[in-house]
Design a protein around this ligand. Structure first.
Ligand code: ADP
Ligand code: F6P
Length: 324
């Protein structure tokens, strides 16, 4: 049953991710091409509570598809975790005529979106995070760009590591999830991949592998360490002390979250943005869009939040088969 949604709001929330701009552009253009109005809400839920709301038109999103970051800015907003903050957020939406809302962010942002849905604002969540750690989807906006950025950086570290016959620990993002580390570990041919979901903290085994690979004639030893394990600098010092092999730590950090999105991130983000508007036009609310098993799908927000996912065991096992 079609509903009478007339004005769509769009916001980005949580950590930014390359492709968010492509997604915003798709929301705005799809809405306008279907005769709807669009309002951009700046700085996520924080901007909503501050009423930082701007009218958007087709031109507001011109020239942004290739840009990293988010033109709407993003923020974290503790006040929105409270019932009072959520009620005020819903009232502000109503005051500005926003009867449909697209929230681009991670699980936390989905929780906020669920609260707004319950308060009568038709809300759709889209997966925006470089970490890939949203259970209801195999794809998140920004992951593809982040792994390509990290992969290129790691290739560079590898060059100098080989020249100096060093061991290198390269820390990639992923506070709770090892997807970036696993993908880079495979893509960069790392000698070791340390994942928060798998690492047992047995540094002596790691040291033994480094000594063994050096004995077999390896000129470098690249360890991809996920942020969730961290402590790369102190780990490097301990490895150097135990092996006698010069060891350096490189923390790639926020560079992984920026940059022009890859083709995949631009296209998937555009399709998801457009589909979110379609769902709102169909009268849907409290849904999140994902990409699963080769197709775009949507789920109830609470159902999506209750889902769990783990690193694919086969990919993890294969990553170990590729090391020698
Ligand atoms: P992400 O969306 O990437 O998971 P956060 O967990 O930081 O990022 O969440 C982004 C924002 O979503 C928070 O700053 C807060 O405003 C809102 N949020 C998070 N959890 C909740 C919740 N349980 N209820 C309402 N809003 C929430
Ligand atoms: O965007 C996801 C992420 O990069 C995590 O991997 C990381 O832990 C976190 O964001 C750090 O973001 P911030 O410093 O902005 O809180």
């Amino acid at each position: 049953m079609a509903n009478s949604v007339k004005t769509i709001g769009v916001l980005t929330s949580g950590g930014d991710a390359p492709g968010m701009n492509a997604c915003i552009r798709a929301v705005v253009r799809t809405a306008i091409n279907n005769g709807l109005k669009v309002k951009g809400i700046m700085r996520g839920y924080a901007g909503l509570l501050q009423e930082e709301i701007v009218d958007m038109n087709g031109l507001s999103v011109a020239d942004i598809i290739a840009r990293g970051g988010t033109i709407l800015y993003t923020a974290r907003c503790p006040e929105f975790m409270t019932e009072e903050g959520q009620k005020r957020g819903a009232e502000i939406c109503k005051k500005h005529g926003i009867d449909g809302l697209v929230v681009i962010g991670g699980d936390g942002s989905y929780r906020g979106a669920g609260k707004l849905s319950a308060l009568g604002i038709n809300t759709i969540g889209l997966p925006g995070t470089i970490d890939l750690d949203i259970a209801c989807t195999d794809y998140t906006i920004g992951f593809d760009t982040a792994i390509n950025t990290a992969m290129e950086a790691i290739d560079k570290v590898r060059d100098t590591s080989t020249s100096h016959e060093r061991c290198s620990i390269i820390e990639v993002m992923g506070r709770h999830a090892g997807y970036i580390a696993l993908w880079c570990g495979i893509a960069n041919g790392a000698e070791d991949i340390l994942l928060p979901e798998k690492y047992d903290g047995d540094e002596q085994q790691l040291i033994n592998r480094i000594i063994d690979s050096r004995k077999r004639g390896k000129k470098h030893h690249i360890i991809i360490n996920a942020e969730g394990i961290g402590h790369s600098a102190s780990m490097a010092r301990r490895i150097e002390a135990a092996t006698g092999i010069e060891t350096r730590a490189t923390i790639l950090g926020y560079m992984q979250r920026g940059g022009s999105p890859t083709c995949k991130d631009r296209v998937y983000a555009s399709i998801m943005g457009s589909k979110a508007v379609q769902l709102l036009m169909e009268g849907k609310t409290n849904r999140v869009i994902g990409y699963k098993g080769g197709a775009y799908v949507d789920f109830d927000i609470q159902e999506a939040l209750a889902m769990t996912k783990d690193l694919p065991q086969d990919e993890y096992e294969i990553s170990k088969q590729l090391i020698r």
